[in-house]
Design a protein around this ligand. Structure first.
Ligand code: SAH
Length: 244
């Protein structure tokens, strides 16, 4: 059985005790059938990954004793920011999960002109928290220690107009363009990929992206679904410039 990794909010220091609640107690005790004395690996983005021994494990609580720091090499050196047109429920979850596996540092969910998902601010925050949880569990599975930051959903135009955190390589995925990712110079600071939702971008959005400094790139002659496009672009970028 592979080692159980747990993303935790707590600070991790050698010798400290962690007290986790019902959800974790259920998962470790009932689902994985772990017992007192078994080892798990808690981690968080600031303190890294640690080995820990299960102390008490009950129905609603589990105690972990933090032991040793464990080196982790799974974080990507290439900084990638994915700006993704929000797609329907499962597709967006898929993108968040796969993007995390592929090493993305930040995901900005975008409300776009042709996007089918409409969110008021209360629902938008609920979705953001849900995506953050999807990303944390993708970190547990993939060996990463630092979950990507998931921004609150934002209108694409507001984002272009904002003082967004710019890197040196901003690309918009645009079918039918001549340029491919292999034609782009190695990003030195940060790569930002802008991917359209199911319905693609409007002409206006493509123009605005150009003004905002996004260069168009193609992923070949076939139209990919939005989630395929995001995953393919990330895998190609990691292969060209990162650690794949
Ligand atoms: N009917 C839409 C297709 C949208 S596909 C259109 O013609 O624009 C969803 C998104 O995936 C697109 O907005 C684009 O960002 C990306 N995409 C899909 N296939 C692509 C390709 N071959 N090259 C570049 N981007 C692609």
């Amino acid at each position: 059985m592979s080692l159980t990794r747990l993303f935790v909010a707590d600070k991790l220091v050698q010798g400290s005790e962690l007290h986790l609640g019902e959800e974790r107690a259920h998962y470790l005790g009932r689902v994985l059938r772990l017992r007192s004395g078994d080892t798990v690996h808690p981690f968080n983005g600031d303190d890294g990954e640690w080995s820990a021994t299960i102390g008490h494990i009950g129905k609603s609580r589990v105690t972990l004793m933090v032991q040793d720091h464990v080196p982790n090499t799974a974080e990507s050196r290439l900084k990638i920011h994915l700006a993704q047109g929000i797609s329907r429920g499962e597709r967006m979850d898929f993108v968040v999960q796969k993007a995390t596996e592929l090493g993305v540092k930040r995901i900005s969910p975008m409300l776009t002109a042709h996007g089918v998902v409409k969110l008021d601010s209360k629902r938008a925050e609920k979705r953001r928290i849900h995506w953050q949880r999807v990303a944390e569990s993708a970190c547990e599975q993939s060996g990463r220690i630092r979950p990507p930051l998931i921004d609150a959903p934002l209108r694409l135009n507001d984002w272009f107009g904002s003082t967004r955190d710019r890197g040196d390589t901003d690309l918009i995925l645009r079918p039918g363009t001549e340029t491919s990712l292999a034609d782009i110079a190695t990003p030195q600071i940060k790569l930002c990929l802008l991917v359209g939702p199911e319905g693609g971008f409007s002409e206006q959005e493509v123009d605005d992206a150009g003004i905002a400094g996004f260069a168009p790139v193609s992923l070949g002659p076939r139209i990919l679904r939005t989630e395929t496009a995001a995953v393919a672009a990330l895998a190609i970028a990691q292969s060209l410039w990162g650690d794949i």
